[in-house]
Ligand binder design. Structure first.
Ligand code: GUN
Length: 297
C-alpha cells in the first residue's frame, strides 16, 4: 500500500512557518506583506478561490485586499488598476484571477503586472527565468508539488518523471522545474498530452507520474508500474446522489486501484490542492523580502 502524501498537513506547516515570521514583523512594528487579488465578473468557482485566498492571508496576519470588478470592466480599466497596485507599497503580490471575460486579453493583463509582484509566476519574465534556472517566482501549483516531493524525500535525480498535461499553469512549469540541474530536481522528464499515442507506454515507465489532465479517474492501475509515486493534480466534480450536495470531488487518478500499486500517492481532496494557496502565501512573502531588500540597497 502506498504512503499517502498529506498535503493538508504540509500546507498547514508552511502557513505556520509564515505566520510566525509575520508575527515577528508585527512585533517590530514594521510593514507586513500584502496581497491584492483582482477578479473580474462573478464566476462562482473563481469567487470561491478568491475568498479562500483572502481568508488564508488574513489567518497568517498578511494584509489582504480583494478587488471585484463588474463583468463589463474594460481591459483598459483593469490595466489601470494593475498600474495602481504596481506602485502601491502596501501590496507586494498582485494576483489577477483567471479566466478573465473574453473581451479582455489575458496575456496583456499578465504582462502588465510588475515582475517583482508576480506571485502567480505567470509573467513571461518569470516563465523565462524558470526555464533557464534563474531565481524567480514559481507558479503555485507546481511549486506545491515540488515541496511535497521534497518533504516526503522522494528521489527525483535521474528518475523518469512523466507529466500528463501541458498547461501553462501546471504541466509546462512542473516539467521545467524538475528538469533543472539541481538538488530536488535533475529528473528525466517526458510531457504527454491529448495528442500522445499509446499513453500507457509512457505512464508505465514513470517513476513519478504527475497527472494534470482534468478528467476524472483517467489514470487507471493498468497504466502504472509497481512502486510509482503518483501526484494527482486533478479536481473533478462527479455526480454522487448519496451526498447532500449531489457530487463529490475526485482527481485524475483512479485512487482506489492505483494506490494499491503506488509507493506514494496524493489524495484528492487533501493532496496538491491545499499546497497551492500555501505557496501563494510563500510567494507573497518572498516578494515582500525582495522588494524590502531592494529599498535598503
Ligand atoms: N485560476 C485557476 N487557478 C489559478 C491560479 O493559480 N492563478 C490565477 N491567477 N488564476 C487561477
Amino acid at each position: 500500500m502506498a504512503i499517502i502524501i498529506d498535503g493538508k498537513k504540509i500546507a498547514a506547516e508552511v502557513r505556520e512557518e509564515l505566520k510566525s515570521k509575520i508575527k515577528w514583523l508585527k512585533s517590530l512594528n514594521i510593514r507586513v506583506p500584502g496581497l491584492v487579488t483582482i477578479m473580474v465578473g462573478d464566476n462562482p468557482a473563481s469567487q470561491s478561490y478568491v475568498t479562500s485566498k483572502s481568508k488564508a492571508c488574513s489567518e497568517i496576519g498578511m494584509l489582504s485586499k480583494v478587488e471585484i470588478l463588474p463583468v463589463e470592466t474594460s481591459e483598459q480599466q483593469l490595466l489601470e488598476m494593475i498600474d495602481l497596485y504596481n506602485s502601491n507599497d502596501d501590496y507586494h503580490g498582485i494576483l489577477v484571477q483567471l479566466p478573465l471575460p473574453k473581451h479582455i486579453n489575458e496575456n496583456k493583463v499578465i504582462e502588465r503586472i510588475s515582475p517583482g509582484k508576480d506571485v502567480d509566476g505567470f509573467h513571461p519574465i518569470s516563465v523565462g527565468n524558470l526555464v533557464i534556472g534563474k531565481d524567480t517566482f514559481y507558479p503555485c501549483t507546481p511549486n506545491g508539488i515540488v515541496e511535497l516531493i521534497k518533504r516526503y524525500k522522494i528521489e527525483t535525480s535521474g528518475k523518469h518523471v512523466v507529466v500528463v498535461g501541458r498547461s501553462n499553469i501546471v504541466g509546462k512549469p512542473i516539467a521545467n522545474m524538475l528538469l533543472q540541474k539541481k538538488e530536488g530536481a535533475n529528473a528525466v522528464v517526458t510531457i504527454c498530452h491529448s495528442a500522445t499515442k499509446n499513453l500507457s507506454l509512457y505512464t508505465k515507465s514513470a517513476d513519478i507520474l504527475i497527472a494534470a489532465i482534468g478528467k476524472a479517474n483517467f489514470i487507471t492501475a493498468d497504466m502504472v508500474k509497481e512502486g510509482v509515486a503518483v501526484i494527482d493534480v486533478g479536481i473533478n466534480r462527479v455526480e454522487d446522489v448519496s451526498l447532500p450536495k449531489g457530487y463529490k470531488i475526485v482527481g485524475d487518478v483512479d485512487y482506489e486501484n492505483v494506490s494499491k500499486k503506488a509507493s506514494f500517492i496524493t489524495p484528492v481532496p487533501g493532496g496538491v490542492g491545499p499546497m497551492t494557496i500555501a505557496m501563494l502565501l510563500q510567494n507573497t512573502f518572498l516578494a515582500y523580502i525582495k522588494i524590502t531588500k531592494q529599498k535598503l540597497d
